[in-house]
Design a protein around this ligand. Structure first.
Ligand code: FAD
Length: 508
């Protein structure tokens, strides 16, 4: 494979990705056995060295700094190639791309950018992002990490945890709030590039966590007490919070890249297992219920393809994605739900043999689960999707969901297919649990719209048709829940009342 630091030296991307896939296959199935590798934390150094030897992260670096250009469709294809073999590897790429290189390229100062990109290209460096703190996860805007300015440097102090590549990355994007003279913190959030090998910028890992899955990647709790030169501060176009939204929404739009290979792998594994496995004198593949599961897996493949197609058009760094939460949140929530449900389905089909960490099916469940938690917990993102719709409906004084969705650019094509389900007046405001349910419905409608857009590009019609039927069935089931009233909540003191055993003893 060609290793190169200047754009002109790069082999064409299609050739690169083809060779990269072969390289991963060889590494994980010939030189080593990924099923055995994956039950241990980390990765043998020679594997990482081999993977990085083809300079994959160059895909994410702009051309003027010697990279391949940072094209979204190529970045998604790279993430997909990695996730077909290893979801954690793809997550590692995704972290470097969306959480470090893209924001650095877009908001970094010239001098720092040139140095960092050169370091990535020539020295195979890696970067990640630290937002989460032990007491501030979903509520990240209230983070307590702070900074003051001293002698032309920013002095950052705080505790960060759960950052992907903990103890491994060479560069970090650190987030903190400005500390006023009276000790209070400003509302806005600023971003700083920390080079852990530079003086006063070392980050101390206080504890490594025993993460449940994604064993390849280290996580833990970090003590931050660093002094960052002024040139390493990111420069937002307006506020730091808007810059963070642009960054996070772009990352969420790029989740389908990591999901793509993974979902295809779930499908391929299910098909090959079911074709081989004989149960009750016939192939599993011949059972109707099995066909339904496989069709759902294939539908997830199609939906994710539609999302990749769409993100390739929209997620470029030249676009400000801060105002596009509805679309980005719909994509992230639904594709991560599909990852988890596909993994669950594969394990069901494989049966007991799959319930092992050294089997792709078992691992897929624990590896895909955190995607529903990080970069915005799905529960909360669903609420945000519904709140955005609720607000727009109130503003346009439109209570009929069907009419609203028919006029919305993210749902206009899908709305007509769902006429019967949506032709009713929405009673606003919705309770939080109804917002969550409604948000989940909207995310599926947005996805259906994307599948219809993909259809117009000439994507295989049978795949499109099957996936539309599957989404429609899912929306209809979700709508049943949504329309059922349920305001139950926790009942205090339940443990002091009679248990089933007491009831049985008393009545028998
Ligand atoms: C594998 C993994 C990788 C990660 N990678 C990174 C990384 O690279 N960088 C980084 O900075 N962080 C990372 N994180 C942290 C992640 O972003 C946080 O875990 C996430 O933001 C949730 O925060 P929390 O865990 O503190 O949960 P909490 O904020 O305590 O939330 C827990 C749950 O409570 C519920 N909830 C919370 N608020 C509300 C509300 N307002 N309304 C209704 N329900 C609510 C939701 O169900 C939510 O899932 C990672 C986490 C994991 C597990």
């Amino acid at each position: 494979m060609s290793v190169s630091t200047t754009t002109s030296d790069f082999i064409p991307f299609s050739q690169f990705i083809h060779e990269f896939k072969s390289q991963l296959k060889h590494l994980f199935h010939v030189r080593t056995d990924i099923d055995q590798l994956s039950i241990k934390r980390g990765m043998p150094p020679f594997i990482l060295r081999e993977i990085m030897s083809s300079n994959p992260l160059a895909t994410y670096i702009p051309q003027q700094y010697g990279g391949r250009g940072g094209n979204i469709h190529e970045g998604l294809a790279l993430a997909a190639a990695a996730s077909y073999e290893s979801l954690p590897l793809s997550l590692g790429f995704g972290i470097n791309w969306a959480l470090f290189l893209q924001p650095t390229g877009k908001y970094g100062q010239e001098e720092t950018k040139a140095k960092v990109f050169t370091d990535f290209l020539n020295n195979r460096k890696m970067g990640g992002l630290m937002i989460t703190e032990p007491d501030y996860g979903s509520d990240a805007l209230h983070m307590k990490s702070s900074y003051t300015e001293e002698d032309g440097k920013y002095h950052l102090q705080g505790t960060k945890h759960w950052a992907g590549l903990t103890g491994w990355a060479d560069y970090w994007l650190l987030t903190a709030r400005h500390k006023n003279g009276d000790g209070t913190l400003k509302r806005d959030i600023d971003f700083f590039i920390c080079d852990v090998s530079a003086p006063d910028q070392n980050i101390i890992v206080e504890e490594f966590y025993e993460n449940l899955g994604v064993y390849l990647l280290p996580y833990g709790r970090n003590h931050i007490d660093v002094k960052i030169p002024a040139v390493q501060k990111l420069q937002p176009e307006s506020t730091g919070i808007k810059m963070m939204l642009d960054l996070l929404h772009r990352s969420r739009m790029q989740f389908p890249g990591m999901a793509m290979g993974f979902l295809q792998r779930m499908l391929d594994e299910a098909v090959s297992h079911c074709q081989e496995r004989q149960v009750g004198g016939k192939s599993l593949f011949a059972y109707d219920q099995v066909q339904q599961r496989i069709s759902h897996l294939q539908s997830a493949y199609t939906i994710c393809s539609a999302m990749c197609f769409n993100s390739s058009q929209k997620a470029g760094v030249e676009n400000n994605l801060a105002p596009h939460g509805l679309e980005a949140n719909s994509v992230k929530t639904y594709v991560t739900d599909l990852m988890q449900s596909s993994a669950q389905s594969l394990l069901q089909l494989v049966g007991a043999k799959g319930y092992r960490l050294n089997h792709i099916a078992g691992r897929a469940i624990v590896d895909s689960r955190p995607f529903q938690i990080f970069e915005g917990s799905n529960d909360i993102l669903y609420i945000q999707i519904a709140e955005a719709i609720q607000k727009q409906m109130q503003r346009t004084k439109q209570n009929n969901i069907l009419q609203f969705l028919q006029q919305h650019e993210l749902t206009e094509h899908a709305a007509d297919r769902l006429k019967k389900l949506f032709d009713f007046e929405l009673q606003l405001p919705l309770s939080q649990r109804k917002l969550t349910e409604f948000g989940a419905i909207i995310s599926r409608v947005v996805a259906m719209n994307l599948v219809l857009k993909l259809a117009a590009s000439g994507f295989q019609k049978e795949l499109i048709d099957n996936s539309l039927i599957n989404i429609q069935q899912e929306v209809s089931a979700l709508m049943g829940n949504f329309k059922t009233n349920n305001t139950t909540a926790y009942i205090e003191g339940y443990e002091e009342t009679e248990s089933w055993f007491d009831c049985y003893s008393r009545t028998s």
